[in-house]
Design a protein around this ligand. Structure first.
Ligand code: PDD
Length: 277
């Protein structure tokens, strides 16, 4: 398959970056994943806006809105015009002799490609997950390619037979290793407030919009692990995850949550899928 690298379309196995690329050496880059349902972009502006915010936060000068045409081209070149897919964009600070100090003359490395995605909301599926301490840095709002803590958390889950790892900071759930996290408690939807402790998920924002439209109350407040006894439903959201219900949570080898209901999650899945069609 083809990838777009620094202005050229190349076969993926013929596309190369410098060994001195700062995304390779330092994780010094930003990425974004934008869904395309039935070949059409979903919440494109929101995704590009977040990418711009992240690039600005780490002072990489690049306008992601200039990539819109290229994103559409990636979908059609990959033959995904009728399919459910996503476009991965990575903007690295660029290649330079290794030093923490960033030289003034450096050109961004821009990588972009499309890949197929399955609409998981259609599958009658739920995830058994685990929970561990959130080991990430203090700027989780920046969608950095430096994903070591996320990868470690996810690997720990997979090795133990779980689908995802829910991250806990000082007793409070933040989000999943690669998903946003929601709780339903006494019929009210709870999710961690935006800020530096979580990624501002685009799917998260859309789910909040859907709740508002359905007159379901949303409270942007972190849920403590001790509150799980009062929680009826939990689900995770994300571009590649969409909306997936959590059937159980294991924490320190103990099952600390088992799903009690599913009606709010089911309703949100139903409306979400309609909006992607
Ligand atoms: N993950 N939180 C984290 C830590 C993530 O990595 C992701 C997305 C999300 C959900 O964000 P969004 O709804 O904007 O995709 C939250 C990758 C991109 C994914 O699962 O698709």
């Amino acid at each position: 398959s083809e990838v777009y690298l620094n202005g050229k379309w190349l076969k993926h196995d013929e596309a190369f970056v410098s060994v001195f690329d700062r995304a390779f050496m330092f994780g010094d880059g930003i990425y974004e994943v934008t869904p395309f349902y039935s070949g059409k972009p979903f919440l494109l502006k929101e995704h590009l806006k977040r990418l711009k915010y992240c690039l600005d936060e780490i002072q990489i000068k690049f306008d992601p809105f200039a990539l819109q045409e290229t994103m559409l081209e990636a979908i059609s070149r990959a033959g995904l015009n009728e399919a459910d897919a996503a476009v991965y964009i990575q903007v690295s600070r660029g290649a330079a002799t290794r030093s923490h100090f960033v030289p003034e003359k450096i050109e961004t490395t821009v990588l972009l490609y499309a890949f197929p995605v399955t609409l998981k909301g259609f599958e009658k599926k739920s995830w058994e997950v685990m929970a561990t301490e959130d080991k990430r840095w203090h700027r989780c709002d920046i969608k950095s390619t430096a994903l070591l803590a996320n990868v470690m958390a996810n690997e720990e889950a997979i090795a133990a037979g779980f689908a995802e790892n829910l991250l806990v900071r000082k007793g409070y759930f933040t989000e999943g290793s690669h998903s946003s996290l929601f709780f339903v408690k006494y019929g009210v939807v709870h999710t961690h407030p935006e800020g530096q402790k979580i990624l501002s998920g685009i799917t998260r924002a859309e789910v909040i919009n859907i709740c508002t439209d359905l007159n379901i109350k949303v409270v942007e407040k972190a849920v403590h692990i001790d509150e799980l006894v009062e929680v009826e439903e939990i689900f995770v959201t994300g571009t590649t995850t969409q909306i997936i219900p959590i059937s159980s949570i294991t924490h320190k080898n103990k099952k600390v949550y088992t799903a009690r209901k599913d009606s709010v999650t089911k309703k949100l899945q139903e409306i979400f899928i309609k909006r992607t069609r």
